[in-house]
Design a protein around this ligand. Structure first.
Ligand code: NAD
Ligand code: UD1
Length: 338
């Protein structure tokens, strides 16, 4: 019996593959490599010393999915596959709706037709919108997303809830990630963004390696202690372990369970810059510029439900996140292209 990991070659997916293999699970990986490299899966095998089947397949390709479900004995799915760039989603909303929502509906139809009704879905803190007050709790009203990417997460959550209502054999876990950063301790896998990074940590590490000359800090006038935006950064390995703790829920019960995966601690942009400098000894020049439209002042989790129900909490601190990011960046200045 295997767990199918869609988008398993990506940043979070590859780290999740490592944790599942180390825990003794059989996994099958599917990815279309639209935002990743198959080399990440070779590295997963190097780290774990284990081989596993992987397929170059698009979640929108029903015949391709059917072949995987016919060949492999898939018991449950961890669904990472999707497009995730906020800015790009504003320019190409149809591509985002088609890939993320169309692809997920196709995957769910295939799962249903093969009698596999257990799924963990990668959702995001973005579903809490801009009206709720931090810390965000799972039972808060969701909605008010400000970009098509965020809206795909909100709609897919709704689709999965509707699916359970229509057929309560389904077991669904929605994991709302806060801001995943860091890399595997080995320095062999990590985040490899295409082009100019949109997110803070990959930008900082590209400044550190000399690819960009300085960081632009988006606004210093927020109602936060130092005026810069506060986020809940979580080490990607802690996030991956969160999935390991969530999968047994699929086998214990049916229904829809929602968990925040965050540390519960807010860190500002300048605090992250200083932590990176301290952890690595590399100076990060920065300049304050205008705020980025759509950004909120605070975003951090109430992480108590995951602790109480799953027995999971994030263990790795912000220095470890910076050290591990830097090791990955130094060893792989061009990501998987080296
Ligand atoms: P990623 O881009 O590194 O990984 C996603 C993977 O899905 C990539 O390998 C990509 O090639 C693959 N993919 C995309 N469309 C596909 C398709 N149609 N068929 C098959 N494969 C496809 O991103 P990530 O950071 O690892 O994120 C994984 C998931 O977590 C995504 O759903 C993302 O939206 C969600 N998420 C990420 C963050 C974050 O900050 N990284 C935060 C919240 C939620
Ligand atoms: C963003 C997305 C969110 C998505 C997440 C992961 C928006 C509004 N939100 O979250 O939907 O789930 O990425 O992909 O885009 N910052 C700078 N300079 C930079 C980059 C960022 O100052 O060059 C600041 C931002 O203003 C923010 C913080 O750093 O305060 C974190 O930004 P980022 O890493 O992009 O994550 P989010 O905006 O939290």
């Amino acid at each position: 019996m295997s767990i199918l990991i869609t988008g398993g070659a990506g940043f979070i997916g590859s780290h999740t593959c490592v944790e599942f293999l180390n825990a003794g699970y059989d996994i099958v990986v599917l990815d279309n490599y639209s935002n990743s490299s198959p080399k990440s899966l070779d590295r997963v095998s190097e780290i774990t010393g284990k081989k596993f089947p992987f397929y170059n397949c698009d979640i929108r390709d029903r015949a391709g999915l059917d072949k995987i479900f016919e060949k492999e004995n898939i018991e449950a799915v961890i669904h990472f596959a999707g497009l995730k760039a906020v800015g790009e989603s504003c320019r190409k909303p149809l591509e985002y709706y088609e890939n993320n929502i169309g692809g997920t509906v196709n995957l769910l139809e295939c799962m249903r037709d093969h009698g596999c009704k257990k799924i963990v879905f990668s959702s995001s803190a973005t579903v809490y919108g801009s009206e709720n007050k931090c810390p965000f709790k799972e039972d808060m009203k969701v909605g008010g997303t400000t970009n098509p990417y965020g809206t795909t997460k909100l709609y897919i959550e709704t689709i999965l809830k509707d699916l359970y209502t229509s057929d309560n054999e389904w077991s669904v876990v929605l994991l709302r990630y806060f801001n995943p950063i860091g890399a595997h301790e080995s320095g062999k896998i990590g985040e490899a963004p295409n082009g100019i990074p949109n997110n803070l940590m990959p930008y900082i590490s590209q400044v550190a390696i000399g690819k960009r000359d300085h960081l632009s800090v988006f606004g210093n006038n927020y109602p936060t202690p130092d005026g810069t935006g506060v986020r809940d950064y979580i080490h990607v390995v802690d996030l991956a372990i969160g999935h390991l703790k969530a999968v047994p829920v699929l086998f214990k019960q049916t229904g829809v369970e929602v968990f925040n995966l965050g540390t519960g601690k807010g860190v500002s942009v300048l605090e992250l810059v200083h932590a990176f400098e301290e952890a690595t000894g590399v100076k990060i020049p920065y300049e304050i510029v205008d705020p980025r439209p759509g950004d909120i002042a605070y975003c951090y989790a109430d992480a108590s439900k995951a602790l109480n129900v799953l027995g999971w909490k994030a263990e790795r601190d912000i220095y470890k996140m910076c050290e591990d990011t830097w090791r990955w960046q130094k060893n792989n200045p061009n990501g998987y292209d080296d």
